[in-house]
Design a protein around this ligand. Sequence first.
Ligand code: UFG
Length: 356
Amino acid sequence: MPETVLVTGGAGFIGSHTCVELLDHGYEVVVVDNHVNSSPQALERIAKVAGRPLTAAHDVDVRDRAALSAVFAAHRVDAVIHFAAHKAVGESVSLPVEYYDTNVGGTCTLLSVMRRHRVRRLVFSSSCSVYGEAESGPLTEHSPVAPTNPYARTKLMCEQVLADVCAHFAELRVLALRYFNPVGAHPSGLLGEDPRGVPDNLMPYVAQVAVGRREELSVFGADYPTPDGTGVRDYIHVMDVAEGHRVALQHLDEHSGMQVFNLGTGTGTSVLQLVNTFARVSGRPVPHRTVGRRAGDVAALVADASAVTAAWGWTTTRDLTAMCRDAWQFQQLNPDGYSSRSSLAAGPTTGESPCS
Ligand code: UFG
């Protein structure tokens, strides 16, 4: 009998790609998402890309204990992947209560509902931002944590809650995956990152500049102690992140308690390197201008990605060119995100941009 995985935040950027990966590998998938920062249309796209439907999708807030419990009562859940959270660093500074409530409160509610329904396997969506600027050079899972903003602190707090709960309930199995910077899109061009309003993150902003939806990119600081002065990050293809979750599920029972792993490539890329690669891959100029540093940013965050390879024999396979190519494909086919229905009438192509 196939395993049933409950995915919170399954309509979001990483969640939707993970749902496709799970459906592609025979899992039954139940989504819980309140669409506060995701489109219900992503759920239709998941089924279209995977060629088979989700088992169910519930419009539920993870903080709503009764509604969440009803979802667990309606399905035989074998494991949970918990993505549902707020994730914008800048927004977290101005909305700290909302961030702690949803991210930490939601995780606590989920844990108590899982316990009530005797579900004991969880993959948790954590973040490289927990490391802050504590160390230069590649970050291992043992590097000191020093989060620099409320968003990052919520992720670290969730990890601490999970570790404490695991210490008490011996049957619980938790894998916390600290992603570096997930970017790109499904190669079909049907699924991708669809931020509401002005994108907070670099890749979707660059894609919107390339397609002509925004005039120019603001480069947040060119005076960092990095080779070209711009911020360096470890960008990881969202398909690799999705695959990482599927592989994590296979390894959940190998250890008791909680384990933490980085999900990154080990390769650092500067803002300017990403902009230049995107311009080359898309054949479009990406006008940009240096402005001041963004509050809460750090100079460089790059993973030592070796632990997950040693533990699971798994590694990322997609490079920066693939990340830019797939992000561009999604942007071309969906110039206004998931609401750009007309551009999809002809289905995915690799041809000219609909905006050209
Ligand atoms: N940047 C710009 N201009 C922009 C946006 C970003 O120059 O318009 C720069 C940033 O200063 C940084 C780099 O691009 O140097 C990457 O910034 P992002 O906002 O894309 O991502 P962050 O490194 O801030 O990471 C945050 C969270 C991660 C999360 C990631 C994607 O800390 O946990 O966003 O959501 F994975």
